[in-house]
Ligand binder design. Sequence first.
Ligand code: IVH
Length: 682
Amino acid sequence: MMESLVSRITELRAQLENWGRAYYEADAPIVEDAVYDAAFRELEALERDYPELKTPDSPTQRVGGRALEKFAPVTHVVPMLSIQTETDVTAAGAVAFDARVRKELELPETAALVEYSAELKFDGLAVSLRYENGLLAQGATRGDGATGEDVTQNLKTVRDIPLRLLCAVGEAPPPLLEVRGEIYMCRDDLARFNEKAKARGEKTLVNPRNGAAGSIRQLDPAIAAARPLKFFAYGLGAVEGWMPPETHAALLDALVAFGLPVCAYRAVALGATALAAFHDRMGQMRAEIPFEFDGVVYKVNRRDWQMRLGFRSREPRWAVAHKYPAEEAQTRVEAIEVQVGRTGAITPVARLQPVFVGGVTVTNATLHNEDEVHRKDVRVGDVVIVRRAGDVIPEIVGSVPEAGVARAVPFALPATCPECGSHIAREEGGAIARCTGGLVCPAQIKGAILHFAQRRAMDVEGLGDKLVDQLVAGGLVKTPADLYGLGVSQLAALARMGKKSAKNLVASIEKSKTTTLARFIFALGLKNVGESTAQILARHFGNLEALRTADAEKLIAIPDVGEIVAESIRGFFAEPHNLEVIARLRKKGVQWAETEGATLTTGGLAGKTFVLTGTLSSLSRDEAKALIEAAGGKVSGAVSRKTRYVIAGKAVGSKLEKARELGVEVLDEAGLRVLLAEVEQG
Ligand code: IVH
């Protein structure tokens, strides 16, 4: 009886760990929730009836108990140190650190290059895990480095953290092993968590770091359990009865063997050049790596040299953090204004006290729409976190509460357009408010003209923002067709315009008359029809008349055209004033080549989506994209089940992993060339 009970309990535990891992770590559940729940309840009941069979590493121990009154203090026998930050974010940072290490080790100039363990600097919360005889006995925060808080209950809810260390058969676990590492969150997990929170009307998490740190320091373990937290091990605390390997890199391997998660983005680097190369490479991969890190960490690899180098106050001399320029910064909101876009969309924009972030000085940040302002609860006078990653438009992440400061009233959208005084209306069920002024709203006219003239559309050189302002304000231009009636003397009379620039402008307006169908369609500024959709439409229909008369069914049949785009196209051509503008443009001499259409989009790579990752050897990304698109294929940024091929070059990252996970076919550059050649031959 007891024997079969033990084997049932063992089976349940193994199943639950396995299912849990698939669900939480791989995000690919292998059983229904109900099956998991039933097994969980059965195990709980057995452990309640036979408490002698309960073990501390049972999956039931992950759920956490009741909320605590407060956290108990934990003394760190081996203090949790901080790391010195190299101030120079360029390669010189790596050189400076290496030079210091060599000097402090008193290595002669002729000595071999120093070996380092190069790792990522995770942006989360540092914790210490205490394993006694292989079982997770206690988890603590760093606190002030000497004393932290006992957050065992919360840490047990983190699926990545093993409750029991793995050991080779016949080997006993170390009597004591303290593992140091970082609790963090993946960007995707955070986004998914926030989506669900939003749907339930609950507060969202500002960023992964706050999400990770905030949940571990909550007294109620249910909060941590509900959040997709992860863990990476990167070092040791107190150890008894186990001899760590001689190098830091080998130590990390040993931690992996114990079943602890260690980040795979790490390297052993010889000398400063290799360190700087690692810093660079990881910097380039930053957007692809699924979690945030604010820099890299270099550690002298030999542990005996680490001891020799020792510490200075609370920082080891054998390690340094080499950061990247910050992507987030704090500043104050001076005002919230609204901007009117080309389609009349009203966008709230925060005017900020200038702040340096992501490599530029930011003074404005979009707040997207009214709902977003309320969800983030951003008000005039607030201190906010501003984010600018890569080349994206600066964004406000959220407000930072300030104790004892009275806040301004919540933002409200104006009832009328600040540009033309027309009503602002919000589409039913939609988030976007629009000015109803249409062709009488100068902001919309101006937006339409700038869109029409931009380089990727009609390419009218020299028609800038300020000039369009004057043309619209002076009533000289009401529609794009009016551009083609402008004369030199008219233009020369405008502010900041001489005869010469007026002549040049008239010449470039004249030059823009000969264009392609794709550019013309894009230039018209149909809602939801961007550059690539315009190209697809031009290729498919070959002439404007065929596009104008296409019904919804015909439009939706085109790959990449959905109901919303089809609706926009139908709506645009149903408006007489739009047709009139097109007729006037043609009359003024705007022209493009027309064909019968429908060639490539129905053959070749039509309907197939590609994702490019890594560096290809003979093609740039743009070239590869152009070749694929020319053959009718589509290039997307993220791998999903809809991806047909992933084209992988050198130094690939998470996209390749994702492709393997989803079973998406992976080709190298040669494979892509074969595919394109096949298409060409039909
Ligand atoms: S080692 C050697 N390695 O950085 C000193 N720390 O200022 C012990 N951190 O809050 C830390 N990634 O949590 C080390 N790969 C990494 C790290 C890392 C992030 C954090 C750590 C602490 C801070 C140190």
